[in-house]
Write a protein that binds this ligand. Sequence first.
Ligand code: AMP
Ligand code: FES
Ligand code: ZN
Length: 305
Amino acid sequence: MLCRKCKEKAVINLRQYNLPLCKEHFIERYISVVEDTIRRFKMFSRNDKVLVAVSGGKDSLALWYVLKKLGYKVTGLYINLGIENEKGEEGYSNMSERCCKNLAEKIDSELIVENVYQKYGSPAPLLDRNRAPCSVCGITKRHIMNEVAKKYGFDVVATGHNLDDEVATLLSNVLRWDEEYLKRQYPVLPAEDGFSKKVKPLVFLTEKENLAFCIFEGIEFYHEECPFSKDATSIFMKNIWAQIEEKMPGSKIRFFREFLEFRKKFLSQEERKDLGKCSICGQPTTAGDMCAFHRIISKIKVQHN
Ligand code: AMP
Ligand code: FES
Ligand code: ZN
């Protein structure tokens, strides 16, 4: 196979576009997809302070690297969720943290680390044992991202959600025809009173493309999946998508692009006016006077240090 652009030997074939590329042209295309996405959805400018939420995995580290390379003002945020901390240095969270620190050094970028175990005395997924671990963990991550963005005056929080994440979520939302979730599924969520603006610059790139980018650019990332997420719905949805994509290449990107058009035409985008304020942290909430995170925290014995 030869690179479509230069006719050198291709190292990757993007089957969804029937596009074989050499390393150089793959990287060039990858970077331009990220830039186009940022511009098209007015995510941020070079004057904005961007907080990149990094998990230590390939997607968010690729994002941090590419944004820095493009000259944006980026700072990484790693939330150490305390997962498998009992294994000390070898635990999932600590290993991921190390990958984030290594990249911070490599690209000479600042990294903020928040540690849930140290602050609340429990791994994030187990802060409330009556709830599904991933749900508690998700609430905790979102809360901390908002908290840090507000505390240090960031204009926007960027996450590494990729096309595979988006179509997996989209399929779940469509199976339930969940209008509220469908309305909120978009590459940009504007700042709402107390919530920071959230953006996903990698939504048009697949996991495979992010993986290839990390390999080609020598970005070291943590390969293991979170031990709590083994049977998560999103993994099930991703397996279904792999089968669809195998039979009909290009289905993922088409499904997502068409959804964005559909959303524009058929789903109204009025701002949510029903948000209250959490009496503890001030973040917006749809339920009473305490946000989901503080409802969890108020139930456990908080360890202050
Ligand atoms: P996930 O919810 O694990 O699929 O991750 C989605 C995105 O959330 C990642 O691409 C990151 O941008 C961000 N993220 C996930 N885990 C963390 C973490 N521990 N610290 C900071 N950001 C995270
Ligand atoms: Fe939160 Fe797995 S990363 S439960
Ligand atoms: Zn080429």
